[in-house]
Write a protein that binds this ligand. Structure first.
Ligand code: ANZ
Ligand code: ZN
Length: 832
């Protein structure tokens, strides 16, 4: 009979449909077993389908979920589609196909791929952010935010992408360019919806410390939120007409107050109008118009040539009543602190550049030694105070406190914390997003759509082209826009802006526990059982976008009493990025894209899974040259062949004495030891997401077993061989579920391998890395001890003295010293 070869194309679809039918991966609400919520960042279903980064992410969590289920956990491992956003819309503009239709097609494609990969999702919980039954609740949360004053409209200059023709959130502007298309972002004044994420700045910042997240992600969020503790000081100013105004300035360096030689207002600061002298008004207006188009990044740049104007007014430095001029300059932002600064050119780089250019006085007040130096650039570090009257000689740190409290007594200062975080610009002038459920009535103003009228469905349109005027394509659908005011019943108009692509993902992890509920957003009891998410895995590119927004909504829903946890994702792991064989990012233009479909077709999903997990540690960069894949193929063939051979031996010669093979006992002991070592290794490696080393342990195991077969035939020790192969298959099953399941069945099991218990290892079989230590008393060998390699002297002598055989040689004798030769001997020297 010809040997049957491993054929993934045959067995993989078979098991996928069986798992589908038996619903083996279903998560059970309220099960008594301990729950574990293992979440993937859900994909955007693009026309390209899955890429290798998805495969990597989802294989990792699939291994982990399968492993936990076999360890008797009730695992929630769901998937869904984050399907609103620009690509579907841009596709529609190009091809005229409705985004809803393209999206449906793309979802079908990626869903199929997920199934082909054998991912053990609970498919009964699938969600889609563009489904009205889903976005109804996104709109519902928006209305709740609106009711609490956390969603508001403002007419402000916003980031505008001239290519996407839409406003952008600050988080979507990367180095001055649009996060999506790379076009340089400009400013545009538009009426916008904003979410008051700043109300949560404090909690978003401080709660980070308890999260088991990669440090770099936490740091990025910290920097983005930008907590800054400092002092707000009042500079009294007089307008040309003699009116008095307070100019509050925010500074993190109140120790430098005596060096403040002028004040700078942001050009847009309302005080500018009040303080500017008549004869400067025209120039000031010109300057404001010119700078109004610049982005914050440009304005703060150290490379940018400083510009500015004196406005003809003066202020008083609160520490010494010095009269100092008031200027305006674009390097001061309206949106940060108080929109005004005290300029200390000696100790701040921008102020130094500005003072040099406009010939303003520079007074050194901090020196490294406490003595004046020759400044040729700003000295920005801390030091000792000089030129600061009674504070001279103090350290910066002390002086910050002392000067602040001195001014506070005179009501001229207070301690203050500011955040860099800005409110979230939440409206987009595009079609393919959730409609903002608001109605504008001439009489009643801004009126929320009543809850019973949700969802506000996206109407079909013919033209998806953004207008570029700042209106969404929805604005021209007259029969949709024109509606009645829910309050007074008079004709009114719908809000035509849509929500940003991040809206749906702000809360999707909550919906998975109750995806079909059409009475309420979710059943609180189910939330209580499943949440928070125990493990969240996805790409690091979401550090300050999705991950910040989702934390914000979670905190809001917590405050509303809808959920009882302040943080949604307890542990976060980022998979490493997958690069092409040339070590470059995969892209069409470079022609280095490796398509998972092709690999599945050629090698099967199990091989692809193992291959991606084997290339490098999970969190590290992976270079995908598909050379290593042949090694995986060989490995699976070995497992296949050995299992099939064992499967056909039907205990014929069990423990047979007719084969007195002298090697049998030795081989049995050796393989047992290796088996248990492998159980330990694979278990611990899966727990630590070290899939690559787990796989190499399995490879080592199969190689050793094949060698052992040369010494002891299967017929000679069928029980040993069965035990070996059964455990090997169980250990392999989370990584390569199809082949493990198939071979399990061939071994004669009628139940799925995934209902098996994960094996535990027996310590006794695991050879520790020990050495024999000779124990001497006065140079004579009296005992031997087995100790771990590298045992320290203290521990060794403690063990040596405790042993009964040594004790009797020590009785009544005084120990003078012990000599220790690590890993060899210990000699106890006593007085005879
Ligand atoms: C005087 C001073 C002296 C400053 C010195 C620094 C060094 P962070 O840490 O980022 O919060 N600042 C305050 N508001 C500003 C605004 N709206 N636009 C531009 N700059 C502004 O930075 C706080 C510092 O940034 C403040 O401390 C202020 O300059 C400047 F030797 O005040 B400092
Ligand atoms: Zn009305």
């Amino acid at each position: 009979m010809e040997k049957e070869r491993y054929n993934p194309q045959k067995i993989e679809p078979k098991w996928q449909s069986i798992w589908q039918k038996t619903e083996i991966d279903k998560a059970e609400d309220f099960s008594k077993k301990p729950k574990f919520y293992c979440l993937d960042m859900f994909p955007y279903p693009s026309g390209e389908g899955m890429h290798l980064g998805h495969v990597e992410n989802y294989t990792g969590t699939d291994i982990y979920s399968r492993f936990l289920r076999m360890n008797d956990k009730n695992v929630l491992h769901p998937i869904g589609w984050d399907a609103f956003g620009l690509p579907a819309e841009n596709y529609a503009i190009k091809h005229g196909t409705q985004p809803a239709i393209t999206t449906e097609k793309n979802i079908a494609k990626i869903r199929k791929q997920c199934k082909q990969m054998g991912f053990s999702y609970d498919w009964s919980r699938e969600i889609n952010t563009t489904d009205p039954d889903y976005y109804r609740w996104t709109q519902w949360i928006f209305l709740l935010l609106f009711k609490r004053g956390l969603a508001y409209e403002a007419y402000t200059p916003i980031n505008w992408c001239p290519s996407c023709k839409t406003g952008l959130a600050n988080e979507e502007v990367v180095d001055g360019a649009c996060e999506r298309c790379g076009t340089t972002v400009t400013k545009k004044k538009l009426k916008q919806w904003l979410l008051k994420i700043t109300a949560y700045a404090d909690h978003l910042f401080s709660d980070l410390k308890d999260l088991d997240w990669p440090e770099n992600i936490k740091l990025m969020q910290e920097n983005w939120i930008g907590k800054s503790k400092g002092t707000e000081a009042i500079f009294k100013a007089k307008s040309p007409s003699g009116e008095e105004f307070d100019i509050p300035v925010f500074t993190t360096r109140p120790d430098t107050l005596f060096g403040a030689t002028y004040v700078v207002l942001a050009p847009e600061n309302p005080l500018v109008n009040k303080l500017t002298d008549k004869k400067y008004k025209n120039k000031v207006k010109e300057y404001i118009d010119k700078t109004g188009r610049e982005t914050d990044t440009e304005r703060l740049s150290l490379e940018k040539e400083k510009t500015g104007l004196f406005i003809g007014a003066f202020a008083k430095n609160p520490v010494n009543n010095q009269k100092i001029p008031i200027w305006i300059s674009d390097y001061v932002l309206l949106s940060y602190g108080t929109g005004a600064i005290m300029a200390v050119p000696a100790h701040d780089t921008r102020d130094f550049q500005f003072a040099k250019k406009f010939n303003l006085p520079i007074i050194e007040v901090i020196s490294p030694t406490g003595k004046p130096t020759a400044l040729n650039k700003a000295f920005v570090e801390e030091g000792k105070l000089i030129n600061s009257e009674k504070f001279d000689g103090m350290s910066s740190q002390k002086a910050r406190e002392a000067i602040t409290s001195y001014l506070t007594k005179n009501k001229l200062a207070r301690k203050k914390t500011y955040y860099k975080l800005r409110d979230w610009i939440f409206s987009r002038q595009r079609y393919w997003g959730e409609p903002i459920p608001i109605i504008h009535c001439q009489k009643c103003g801004t009126i929320p759509v009543p809850e019973k009228d949700l969802p506000v469905k996206l109407p079909d349109v013919e033209n998806y082209q953004p207008t570029g005027t700042g209106e969404s394509p929805l604005a021209v659908i007259k029969n949709w826009v024109n509606t009645k005011c829910p309050k007074c019943g008079e004709p009114a108009k719908r809000e035509t802006n849509t929500m940003p692509q991040w809206a749906g993902s702000c809360w999707y992890f909550l919906r998975y526990v109750d995806p079909n509920n059409n009475k309420e957003i979710f059943d609180k009891k189910k939330i209580k059982y499943w949440l928070p998410v125990d493990l969240y895995v996805g790409g690091a590119e979401h550090a300050v976008l999705h991950l910040l927004y989702a934390r914000f909504w979670n905190k809001f829903l917590y405050d509303e009493g809808l959920i009882s946890f302040k943080e949604p994702f307890l542990k976060l792991i980022n998979q490493g990025i997958v690069l092409g064989s040339d070590g470059q990012k995969m892209s069409k233009s470079k022609g280095n894209i490796v398509n998972p479909d092709k690999l599945i077709k050629k090698y099967g999903a199990d091989t692809l899974r193992l291959y991606e997990m084997f290339i490098s540690p999970f969190e590290e960069v992976k270079i995908c040259d598909s050379k290593g894949i042949e090694g995986i193929v060989r490995f699976l063939n070995k497992v296949w062949d050995l299992s099939v051979q064992i499967a056909v031996v039907k205990n014929k010669f069990s423990k047979s004495e007719s084969f007195p093979n002298p090697l049998r006992e030795v081989v049995e002991t050796e393989t047992k030891r290796l088996l248990h070592k492998t159980i330990k290794k694979v278990t611990e490696d899966i727990e630590g997401f070290r899939f690559n080393t787990a796989i190499s342990a399995l490879m080592e195991l199969i190689n050793e077993l094949i060698e052992a077969k040369e010494k002891v035939k299967i017929e000679e020790a069928p029980e040993m061989w069965r035990e070996n192969i059964e455990i090997l298959l169980i250990l392999l099953s989370p990584f390569a579920p199809h082949v493990a399941e198939e071979l399990w069945q061939r071994l004669g099991f009628t139940e799925s391998i995934f209902v098996e218990k994960w094996p535990s290892f027996d310590k006794r079989f695991i050879k520790e890395d020990n050495v024999t230590l000779v124990v001497q008393v006065n140079g004579k060998v009296r005992d031997e001890l087995i100790v771990p390699i590298g045992t320290k002297k203290n521990k060794a002598s403690e063990l040596a003295l405790g042993g009964g055989r040594v004790k009797k040689h020590l009785e009544d004798k005084q120990i003078i010293k012990t000599i220790y030769v690590k890993d060899k001997l210990i000699n106890i020297v006593v007085k005879e």
